[in-house]
Design a protein around this ligand. Structure first.
Ligand SMILES: N[C@@H](CC(=O)c1ccccc1NC=O)C(=O)O
Length: 296
């Protein structure tokens, strides 16, 4: 799986530092800028949409989610569940509502899921939490008519892990509806965690090889079942070659297993504005997501 094993430690570190690949902003300012833009966008979304914030989906402190309701939610509605990035160690749901405005105005609810980032959260815990949040949503909100997943970077990894969940494990009550997503949009994600073991990213995560393998979607690509959802793998032009390789290889593996998958290579964007621009109605990815949802 990839030529990363032949790279020097410095080269690998470079490949897995998205901030070093943007032609737009330098590495020392791009992450702060990303935080500022997503926080401001989330503030705007909270001011304009009807919301339920900090809804607990489990007992843990970090197990909370924010719901941005569609402007008109008298009937049933589809929901886009957004899983934030931040290399499993930073960001939170509190700056992850920026994509809501163009979606809620079109009748789609947006849910920003919180999870316990490292070092508090272990990789296995984060995966379990995100899975549980979906089970909670379908159980608690019968007005939900279809779940769409969207994850960015580390969040795209978590979303991909949700795609091969054995939902029978989540059925405490026998007749709970199964929260099978109808579609998934995986943006600039990591699908093989092994290279990360050899970088600074693992300092906080502290994953063993076994944990990295168990949590690598690339190693668990299962044949598509009839209910398998549509998957859109999105990668930015200015993502690093390693990030671009991971998206290409994961989308190919899913396709070979019979999944309905498209790879969207977005020109003119980097690892950060590829997702930030979801706050804009005219952004191509916003329109692609709305189109995916309206076709269901
Ligand atoms: N240290 C990383 C930070 C990073 O990758 C990141 C930061 C904010 C949001 C998403 C990120 N990437 C994946 O989750 C970098 O060099 O860009």
């Amino acid at each position: 799986m990839g030529g990363w094993r032949d790279m020097s430690a410095e080269a690998l570190e470079d490949q897995y530092s998205p901030s070093r690949w943007s032609p737009r902003l330098d590495r020392d300012t791009i992450i702060d800028a990303h935080l500022a833009v997503t926080a401001a966008g989330t503030e705007r979304a909270r001011a304009s949409a009807q919301t339920s914030l900090h809804v607990p989906y489990g007992k843990g402190d970090g197990e909370k989610l924010d719901i941005y309701f569609p402007t008109d939610h008298s009937g049933t509605f589809p929901v886009l569940v957004y899983i934030h990035g931040g290399y499993w160690q930073c960001l939170s749901k509190d700056e992850s509502g920026f994509a809501a405005p163009p979606l809620v105005s079109q009748g789609v609810a947006v849910v920003a899921v919180g999870y316990d980032t490292a070092p508090r959260g272990h990789m296995d815990t984060m995966v379990l939490q995100v899975r549980r949040s979906l089970a909670f949503l379908v159980e608690q909100y019968p007005e939900i008519r279809g779940i769409y997943l969207c994850g960015h970077s580390a969040g795209a990894h978590l979303a991909a892990m949700v795609l091969f969940t054995d939902w029978t494990e989540f059925h405490v009550v026998p007749d709970i509806k199964v929260p099978l997503p109808s579609g998934a949009v995986l943006v600039s994600g990591v699908y093989d965690l092994e290279p990360i073991l050899h970088t600074y990213v693992n300092d906080a995560l502290n994953m063993s090889r076994e944990v990295a393998q168990r949590n690598s979607p690339m190693r668990h690509v299962a044949p598509a079942v009839p209910a398998a959802c549509e998957v859109l793998v999105v990668v930015a032009q200015h993502d690093s070659p390693e990030f671009r390789r991971q998206s290409q290889e994961y989308s190919q593996a899913l396709r070979a297993a019979g999944w309905s998958v498209s790879l969207l290579d977005l020109a003119g964007v980097d690892h950060f504005d590829v997702i930030e621009k979801l706050s804009e109605n005219s952004y191509i990815l916003t329109q692609v997501i709305l189109n995916m949802i309206s076709r269901a």
